[in-house]
Design a protein around this ligand. Structure first.
Ligand code: ZN
Length: 470
């Protein structure tokens, strides 16, 4: 790849994006397979991310990092000098927008910042935009974003979230916030450092959460939460923008709840009538106040006995110790299958997400590569595709949830999230047809970010055996 020639071409283009497109450094160029400024993808099936049905036999022209046109072969105008890539038998979808996409990873007992492997796994799996949604090492993420934006390492666009805000006595990696003043101080500090989202965690008080949300909004920034001590409806009333994990973290239905305390909510979630007035109230509060919901089914599925189907690529990507830890916990989960309430709770969570969308709610999705350690960055996002199909969304609805809806939540849908002329060329090329064969979502061949095509198999091969270490 001739980096200087590419830079000159972009500099000459009369399009604003040229200023943002990274110059490619020698660390990145081995993963780049398409770097020409004008590219035509021909004979391809397109799922555009808006929920519209798939269309066949399209030509997508990419020019200087943007989508110039999407047209049937009969009317396609391929510019002279374009690199033409015949994609017969392939499907193109927008780059995935991951709404709960940490760059750290956990098993039971292990928590590791994946500075090397997370950005490669995300990009290689077709996730071109991530929100980090709670950092355990925020400066690792700030510097990762800078390195990606400068073209020094391959990776997705990053929307940085600050450290988690929880209550006194909460998790050791988090800011333990006791008062409104502390909440404001912490939010303002990280806002100065460049984060654009904040996330509250299970033990925060209503007072601290309310103050933190206010401070974030005063800076034009947004707030999400993995809640427990504060219920969904309470958080909506406090002005939160997004709620993580869907039904699993909703304490609205716990009878005689002590305010500001995190209750055991499982029994209430197994009991509540999903078609009843309490659930309707939660959903209507969220829809009325435009509070988005993030689906993270792939991480919760790990607690579902004997699921997900084991994938060789997951086991191969894991470092031996992390693989052992995941498989051990998986075995323990299977051994308790007879007593497990997870199958029922999981189905309920899927139903809640469907009811939320049918009521007009904005649902995004992300992997959350934590918990027992079997949902890897990118691979778990692809698994979400199948789990949302299982929740009874149509294939094009699921693609919309995973692309345009995420872009809307992030406020970047003018430029990203769907395949349309004028938008940034973030595209995933898939061998096969994920509408007919859901598993094809894994057959990513090329991932375009800013119109530059990355070799997916090469990116994924580069992290073999290291996930869980680096
Ligand atoms: Zn999380």
């Amino acid at each position: 790849m001739n980096r200087i020639a590419l830079g000159l071409t972009l500099a000459a283009a009369p399009i604003v994006i040229a200023a943002q497109a990274p110059a490619l450094t020698p660390a990145v160029t081995p993963y780049v397979t398409v770097a020409e400024p004008v590219v035509a993808l021909t004979n391809v099936r397109v799922i555009d991310g808006t929920g519209a049905p798939a269309v066949e036999g399209r030509t997508i022209v990419i020019q200087n990092g943007r989508i110039a046109s999407v047209s049937p072969a009969s009317s396609a105008k391929v510019p002279a000098g374009a690199r033409v890539i015949d994609l017969a038998g392939h499907t193109v979808i927008p780059g995935l927008v991951g709404m709960h996409n940490h760059t750290f990873y956990t098993t039971r007992g292990r928590s590791v910042q994946l500075q090397f492997s997370a950005p490669r796994l995300y990009l290689g799996s077709g996730v071109t935009t991530i929100r980090t949604t709670g950092g355990t090492s925020p400066y690792h993420e700030i510097n990762m974003k800078r390195a990606i934006d400068r073209g020094e390492i391959p990776g997705p666009r990053m929307h940085l979230t600050g450290p988690y805000l929880t209550g006194p006595g909460g998790a050791a990696t988090m800011a333990q916030v006791g008062t409104a003043e502390e909440a404001q101080r912490i939010v303002n500090y990280w806002a100065d450092e460049g984060v654009t989202w904040f996330k509250a965690y299970t033990d925060i008080s209503r007072e601290a959460l309310g103050a933190a949300i206010k401070a974030a909004h005063a800076r034009g920034l947004k707030f999400t939460g993995h809640l427990c001590s504060v219920s969904f409806r309470e958080a909506v009333a406090l002005g939160i923008d997004n709620l993580e994990h869907g039904l699993f973290t909703n304490s609205d239905y716990v009878p005689n709840r002590t305010p500001d305390r995190c209750p055991d909510m499982r029994a209430s979630l197994l009991k509540v009538d999903l078609e009843g007035p309490e659930v309707k109230q939660t959903i209507s509060d969220m829809v009325t106040h435009k509070v988005a919901l993030s689906s993270t089914l792939a991480v919760y599925e790990l607690s579902f006995p004997d699921r997900p189907p084991l994938e060789d690529r997951v086991l191969d990507a894991l470092a031996p110790e992390a693989r052992e830890e995941y498989l051990t916990t998986r075995k323990q989960t299977s051994a308790r299958a007879a007593q497990s309430t997870m199958p029922e709770l999981f189905r309920r969570a899927q139903t809640f997400e469907r009811l939320f969308v049918r009521a007009g709610g904005l649902l995004g999705a992300g992997v959350d590569p934590t918990g027992m350690g079997g949902a890897l960055p990118g691979y778990g996002d692809q698994r979400n595709y199948e789990l949302l199909l299982e929740a009874d969304f149509t294939p094009t609805e699921v693609i919309q949830i995973m692309t345009l809806n995420g872009a809307r939540i992030l406020g970047v849908d003018k430029d990203l999230g769907s395949i349309a002329p004028g938008k940034i060329a973030d595209l995933v090329v898939i061998r096969g047809n994920p509408v007919a064969t859901p598993g094809d979502i894994r057959n990513v061949t090329i991932v375009f970010k800013d119109g530059i095509g990355y070799d997916s198999p090469r990116l994924l091969a580069s992290v073999k055996g290291v996930v869980g270490i680096r």
